[in-house]
Design a protein around this ligand. Structure first.
Ligand code: MSP
Length: 643
């Protein structure tokens, strides 16, 4: 069994969780779920970064102790992640005891390697970034990279011999190109290291909120030495060697591009110094802007993560975030795009496929998966199977390449292809013609394709995927990636059931919506979506309406009713049907003789002015109250089905 260890950054607790925090954690969650689906032994870590000057100052501002502040705010992150139904195995806090012990041991090991010495630091520091900057990285009192304010710092400090690891770091970047990804980030980091590394100040004496340097209590450890170590604390680095051996090195540290240097330069150097293996990959994703602008409280376009979770179904949010930006790129959060993707890709594509296929299965084959005979013979069936298998492989490759957006793209295109398959094989027509064997084959293939789609979707939209798989009525062993090893594992005889609306359509945002915040009234939104769902009819219901081409063979006025015409319409039967239609003020009887029109032919007969009307004519009423008939300009045979 392979193992998979995935981490998110641990979040600063000086403020409320926002869109960016939700994004990183959702992406890591999708990876963790995908690997569990593959049967891997997964450890998924997230948590909060609670020490440092920035936190101490934020608490001072609020007039509370740092401990009070971190307890309160860390709880918010934990609550958010529960609300988002994330599947982390540990939520770590850097104020926990095992973490302090691990950090102390790291420092002891780094010291034992001769990498720590006492010196004097004089330079620029940004509390907001918790980062030291060179003169060349500063402009007008701010760090160029982040725009954060810097302050001049001069104090006694312990240093870590970062410069000693320059060559080893460069070797690590070259050893496997995906150690630091995407490529652009790797190049950025390489250039930074090639330009020469200076030793790193790793303690401060001017504030106290942190882990003290072992045996030097007036020195507090630099928050990044403390924070980065969380990745090994969580899996028992120095107190549970068996667990540590099993999960370390991390398979991927998912981070944002702003904290690349800490993860791709400092962290591997600390690990080298402590004699520990390096992570398999540091992957830096991009940043979200909101409706085109950088997200910030002062701009008023700050998206609070709880509001986001209230405004949208979790599946929809996850799908949008993962699908919208190629992992690694920056992207723009737009409600309009979210609604577009939901409506087109989730509701109209995947939702529609599941809905129509399960409705037909219930209507035509008693909701029971049919037994199919041996090999697929029809080329259209073979193509569908091949595409399902290719999609499974493509999704796996995309996940290995850290392209979860691509995985979703492949799954939605399998769904489109399956919709096309259904459209082409027309199970409803096979049903009507009584071609039972072919009907069963085509429904079996559609259901099996849906099983492939739902299994693959489970990591990304877990709730909807779970409901689809429940609808297919299959056992857990058929819900894994392994169970996609071959086509046709969906067992005959299984009872299927149509799930409730999987993805409700959403209304596009209107001008009244505040463009910088998620929808104000989530409850109303949900209600609207529900109503919309209730207005939809299933494909099956649509099929209940029988429509045929009718040729008008005779027409006359109805005495006493100046709006009605009595028609004789040939709908392909032995005798024409009598139809009473309210179109006399638009058409004279002679106007419409020989017209081929659309007739509903399975409506209960109705009596109008004593005449039994045996079918209904379809027409559109225009704004001037005249009618346009739904007619064919082709001389199509009377009685031909309209669908
Ligand atoms: N505490 C450090 C990380 C320590 S890891 C050992 C930290 N915390 S943070 O709360 O400021 O940021 C956490 C993550 O959120 C970072 O990966 C950052 O890139 C990400 N994001 C913050 N704003 C973001 C967006 N607007 N968009 C996407 N991600 C963003 O840094």
């Amino acid at each position: 069994m392979s193992k998979f260890y995935v981490t998110t950054p641990i979040y600063y607790v000086n403020g409320a969780p926002h869109l960016g925090h939700a994004y990183t954690t959702i992406l890591a969650d999708a990876m963790a779920r995908y690997h569990r689906l593959k049967g891997d032994d997964v450890f998924f870590l997230t948590g909060t970064d609670e020490h440092g000057l920035k936190i101490q100052r934020a608490a001072e501002k609020l007039g509370i102790t740092p401990q009070q502040m971190v307890d309160e705010n860390s709880a918010k992150f934990r609550e958010l992640f529960d609300r988002l139904e994330l599947t982390h195995d540990r939520f770590i806090r850097t104020t926990e005891d095992d973490h302090r012990r691990t950090v102390e041991e790291m420092i002891d090991r780094m010291a034992a390697s001769g990498d720590i010495y006492l010196g004097e630091y004089a330079g620029w520091y940004s509390a907001s970034d918790e980062a030291y900057y060179d003169e060349s990285e500063i402009e007008d009192g701010r760090a160029i990279a982040s725009g954060s304010e810097v302050e001049w710092v001069e104090e006694q400090s312990y240093f870590f011999k970062l410069s000693k690891y320059e060559d080893q770091l460069l070797e690590w970047y070259d050893e496997a190109p995906d150690h630091v990804a995407p490529d652009s980030r790797r190049n950025e980091v390489k250039a930074f290291v090639e330009s020469g590394l200076r030793d790193l100040s790793i303690t401060r004496t001017t504030f106290s909120w942190g882990i003290p340097m072992p045996d030097e209590p007036e020195h507090v450890l630099y928050v990044w030495v403390d924070a980065l170590t969380n990745y090994i604390t969580a899996i028992g680095a120095f107190d549970d060697p068996e667990r540590f051996e099993k999960y370390w090195p991390a398979d991927i540290h998912v981070i944002g591009k702003d904290i690349l240097r800490f993860h791709a330069v400092y962290w591997p150097a600390f690990l080298m110094s402590a004699g520990l293996p390096l992570p398999r990959q540091v992957f830096a994703h991009g940043w979200w802007t909101v409706e085109g602008e950088k997200m910030s409280k002062s701009k008023g376009n700050f998206i609070d993560a709880f509001e986001l979770a209230d405004a949208y179904e979790l599946d929809v949010l996850r799908y949008y975030m993962i699908r919208e930006i190629p992992f690694g790129n920056d992207g723009n959060f737009s409600k309009e795009r979210l609604v577009e993707r939901n409506n087109a890709e989730l509701a109209d594509n995947i939702g529609n496929l599941v809905n129509r296929t399960l409705s037909m299965s219930m209507g035509f084959i008693d909701g029971e998966v049919p037994a199919t005979t041996d090999e697929l013979k029809e080329s259209i069936d073979i193509e569908l199977r091949d595409q399902a298998i290719e999609t499974r492989d493509g999704v796996d490759a995309a996940m290995k390449d850290r392209q979860p957006h691509r995985a979703l793209e492949l799954i939605t295109s399998l769904s489109s292809e399956t919709n096309n398959y259904v459209q082409t094989v027309q199970p409803w027509a096979l049903n009507k013609k009584g071609e039972t064997q072919r009907l069963e084959e085509t429904l079996y293939n559609s259901l099996e394709a849906i099983r492939f789609i739902a299994v693959l979707l489970s990591a990304f939209v877990p709730d909807a995927a779970g409901r689809i798989l429940d609808g297919l009525g299959i056992d857990d062993e058929l819900k894994t990636i392994d169970s996609l090893d071959e086509w046709g594992r969906l067992p005959a005889g299984t009872k299927v059931e149509k799930p409730d609306v999987l993805f409700a359509k959403l209304d596009p945002p209107t001008d009244d919506d505040e463009s910088d915040e998620p929808d104000e009234s989530p409850a109303e939104d949900a209600q609207e979506a529900d109503e919309e769902g209730a207005n939809l009819i299933s494909f099956d219901e649509f099929l209940n309406v029988e429509m045929r081409v009718g040729k008008v063979v005779a027409a006359e006025a109805v005495e006493g009713a100046d709006k009605l015409l009595k028609l004789s319409v040939d709908v392909g039967e032995d005798t024409p049907r009598t139809v009473v239609a309210g179109i006399a003020q638009t058409f004279a009887p002679d106007d419409i003789i020989d017209w081929r029109v659309t007739m509903v032919t399975n409506l209960e007969p109705a009596k109008l002015f004593g005449i039994e009307s045996q079918a209904m004519l379809l027409a559109a009423k225009k704004s001037d109250d005249t009618f346009a008939l739904a007619r064919f300009d082709d001389d199509v045979e009377p009685g031909t089905a309209v669908s």
